[in-house]
Design a protein around this ligand. Structure first.
Ligand code: S3P
Length: 425
């Protein structure tokens, strides 16, 4: 149950970035030696990746100081004794398929109901071109893999997807020859940084990435930066209160993720970056945000920007009615194949709170200057929907009940505790 708030103030340190945690877990499992990771994501999704790496022969130890130690398999995965359970995590399923396809075993990858509805042909196709033997059930999980040696390809990604890019890079790392890949839109580049950190060679020439095959990885020591996509909920909350003041510590500011900060600024948020450092190719900084004195402005989000902030679109849509000029989101049809059909669920929940808007196949147009009322929200078991509407609830009249709120634990188990501490009532 979320009660409206009067203001939003405080400082938070966010759990480790989900995307980076997945990649470090998987590469640590493949590498030789013991990787030590601090601030690993507390979300259930990266823990699905960790559990899969254990099933493949990596040793995972949760040390008392909250560090996670992963002793890798030195490039030799074992035959798992059961299907690899990816839970709710598309990242686990897609990236892991590329990582394990060259290993001489049979693998089955399964997931929960939501994951079983998500499209997997997008990875089967390029990996199949590399020689991987992958069987899907009508384009979906369960994924069955008969491991085979792979060969390099030259691949143009038809859909902007960091998960597909990563599946191909992880396979290319272990294939014969040099795999190259050109992206239609430059997506998050955590895999490129992570691969280099674990000792791999990877080249970029213009828009073309290439990775020589037959490479070995070495363990690392690293701290995972705070998750900017989790911070997005609080950044959007800060926009809703003229006197808000928020400090986010040690947050990931990778430029391929940080367009969100431009959006927050365009909506009127006053952002100060207090310091920035680079660790293993990833930028980490402390951000201070103040809300706009005269309320959030509106904007249009489309084109490549939609792909770059795809995970943040639900919360931006949820606060759109409170903006002055509204927010329109287009070119975002990928939202329909995330953990849920996020366009349909945002529409359903905006409607429940009394908002007017127009739904399109690839987005939503949401006029501003609307007052929402408390309602029953259907999270659809989707973490980002549960959190997005918890933020919309802060400025509604009356209380809002989030049904399926526990879904937040997929990426951000501490969300409601932090939200409570930041809200002044
Ligand atoms: C992710 C990439 C995005 C994003 C997901 C995490 C990643 O998915 O939505 O939450 O870690 O690479 P796509 O690559 O399918 O767009």
């Amino acid at each position: 149950m979320i009660r409206p708030a009067r203001s939003f103030q405080g400082s938070v340190t966010l759990p480790g970035d989900k995307s980076i945690s997945h990649r470090y877990a998987m590469l640590a499992g493949l590498a030789e030696g013991t990787t030590r990771l601090s601030n690993f994501s507390t979300g259930a999704d990266p823990h699905s990746s960790l559990a899969c790496m254990e099933a493949l022969g990596a040793k995972v130890v949760h040390a008392a100081d909250k560090t996670i130690e992963i002793t890798g398999t030195a490039g030799v995965f074992q035959q798992p004794t059961a299907p690899l359970d990816c839970g709710n995590s598309g990242s686990t399923m897609r990236m892991l398929t590329g990582l394990i396809a060259p290993h001489p075993h049979t693998f089955t990858l399964i997931g929960d109901h939501s994951l079983t509805l998500r499209p997997m042909e997008r990875i089967r196709k390029p990996l199949g071109q590399m020689g991987a033997r992958i069987e899907l059930a009508d384009g979906h999980a369960p994924i069955k893999i008969q491991g085979e040696p792979l060969h390099a390809i030259d691949f143009d990604t038809p859909i902007p997807s960091a998960q597909v890019k990563t599946a191909v890079l992880f396979a290319g790392l272990q294939a014969s020859g040099t795999t190259s890949l050109t992206e239609s839109v430059r997506t998050r580049d955590h895999s490129e940084h992570a691969l280099r950190t674990f000792g791999a060679t990877l080249n970029r020439s213009g828009e073309k990435l290439s990775i020589p095959g037959g490479q070995r990885l070495k363990a690392i020591d690293a701290t995972v930066p705070g998750d900017l996509s989790s911070a997005a909920f609080f950044l959007c909350a800060a926009l809703l209160f003229p006197d808000s003041h928020l400090i986010l510590d040690s947050i990931g500011m990778n430029p391929t993720r940080a367009s969100l900060l431009d959006v927050i600024t365009a909506l009127g948020g006053k952002i100060k970056v207090l310091n920035v450092e680079e660790h293993h190719g990833e930028l980490i900084g402390t951000i201070q945000v103040n809300g706009p004195a005269s309320g959030p402005r509106g904007m249009h989000i489309g084109g490549t920007l939609s792909a770059q902030i795809i995970d943040e679109l639900p919360v931006l849509a949820a606060i759109a009615p409170y903006t002055r000029d509204g927010i329109s989101i287009r070119d975002a049809k990928e939202l329909r194949v995330k953990e849920s059909d996020r366009i349909a669920l945002v529409a359903k929940n905006l409607r429940a709170m009394g908002a007017e808007f127009t739904e399109f196949e690839d987005g939503l147009e949401i006029p501003g200057n609307q007052q929402l009322h408390g309602a029953q929200i259907d999270s659809g078991a989707d973490h980002r929907i549960a959190m997005a509407f918890s933020i919309a609830a802060l400025r509604a009249t009356g209380d809002t009940e989030i049904q399926g709120a526990e879904a937040a634990a997929i990426s951000f188990p501490e969300f409601f505790t932090h939200l409570d501490a930041l809200c002044k009532r």
